[in-house]
Write a protein of this length. Structure first.
Length: 353
């Protein structure tokens, strides 16, 4: 079955110099994919020609005359730039022309535009950003929210847990994914009132067999792989994500500088090259690029704004895999069964970092 993905080619810090090479490389690896490249048509064609892909049979171009800048306020992205590459890419999903959209653009703008164009799923108050982290068990730990909602109430975190559980089930084939609630300690008495009340909601779901709630987890549990899913508010999640990215790059820089210190350390690096290559592959944050905007009536994936072509290709891969696994249909079915009645009725965009 052919999967069509729409790409916001103008978004991110690097725009076409990243999105076009990533798109071409992805198509070489995935024969069942078609890509809709959205943005300034002449510029896209010129970039494709540089890579000798201007006549690629599985690439189509959809012109969009505007671009959402990384520092554009939400009002500008949502109300004024109605023909932006970001918005048009999302509209391809709404119109059924693509099964998922990918953008490296302004996170707040992408969330606001996606929520406005696609609307939230029935029973979902606020969409959340969900991505994966590496763990020592060799698998991914899913985590949300990573920045869409900095201020949350217990029922929001409860909904995040439901949506995340469905995503893990669909993507990883785990029948009952374990859910951990990120806290400052594992004891029930730890944490603020929001976390304590959320724990009670999740425990009630666990007791009736709706969710597989493990209990409170701490930050180190993310990388131990203690649970399949870790739930937190967007403030904590975004700080955690940026910290992890920083540590990974710091670790890489330290290794590189130390192994280049003198002839003996360089010889040691040569001897350990295969192990170092494996470490680099496992810990490379680029391999975990591509976060899902969960809770919308369509699949939208957010790439890191500073992503290079290799990293952006991973975001396309995440979108493709989600569409191939029919995540949206599974989310619709499972959320309808598990989600409590919504406590909010507004469709206005939530706070996004």
């Amino acid at each position: 079955m052919t999967i069509k993905i729409s790409i916001d080619c103008m978004g991110g810090d690097h725009g076409l110099s990243v999105t076009i090479p990533a798109a071409i490389s992805f198509l070489k690896r995935e024969a069942q994919a078609e890509l809709i490249l959205v943005g300034l048509e002449d510029a896209i064609r010129a970039e494709l020609k540089k890579h000798h892909a201007d006549a690629h049979p599985r690439i189509s171009i959809h012109h969009a005359s505007e671009q959402v800048a990384m520092d554009d306020p939400l009002e500008v992205a949502l109300r004024r730039k109605k023909d932006s590459s970001m918005r048009v890419a999302v509209e391809q999903v709404k119109d059924g022309k693509a099964q998922a959209a990918v953008s490296a653009g302004n996170t707040g703008a992408l969330m606001a535009v996606s929520r406005y164009v696609l609307k939230t799923m029935a029973g979902v108050d606020r969409p959340a950003i969900c991505s994966i982290m590496p763990n020592q068990k060799g698998g991914p730990t899913y985590m949300l929210d990573l920045g869409a909602n900095v201020d949350c109430e217990p029922h929001h975190l409860h909904q995040f847990a439901i949506m995340g559980s469905v995503l893990v089930h669909a993507m990883e084939g785990i029948a009952r994914p374990t859910i951990g609630l990120l806290n400052v300690g594992t004891e029930d008495i730890k944490g603020n009132e929001v976390v304590k009340l959320t724990s009670k909601l999740l425990q009630a779901d666990h007791e009736r067999g709706a969710l597989n709630f493990y209990g409170n987890v701490e930050g180190n549990d993310i990388f131990k792989g203690t649970t399949d899913l870790v739930v937190c508010d967007g403030f904590v999640g975004n700080v955690t994500l940026k910290s992890v990215e920083g540590v990974a790059r710091f670790f890489k820089d330290v290794l590189t500088s130390e192994f280049k210190r003198n002839i003996f350390t360089m010889l040691g690096a040569l001897i350990a090259s295969s192990a170092l290559k494996a470490i680099k592959s496992r810990l490379n944050p680029s391999r975990y690029n591509g976060a899902s905007l969960l809770g919308l009536r369509g699949l939208v994936f957010k790439s890191h704004g500073g992503a290079d072509a290799y990293s952006f290709e991973w975001a396309i891969r995440r979108a493709y895999d989600a569409a191939k696994n029919d995540v949206q249909a599974q989310l619709s079915t499972m959320i309808a069964e598990l989600m409590p009645r919504s406590t909010e009725t507004t469709q206005e965009p939530s706070s996004v970092t």
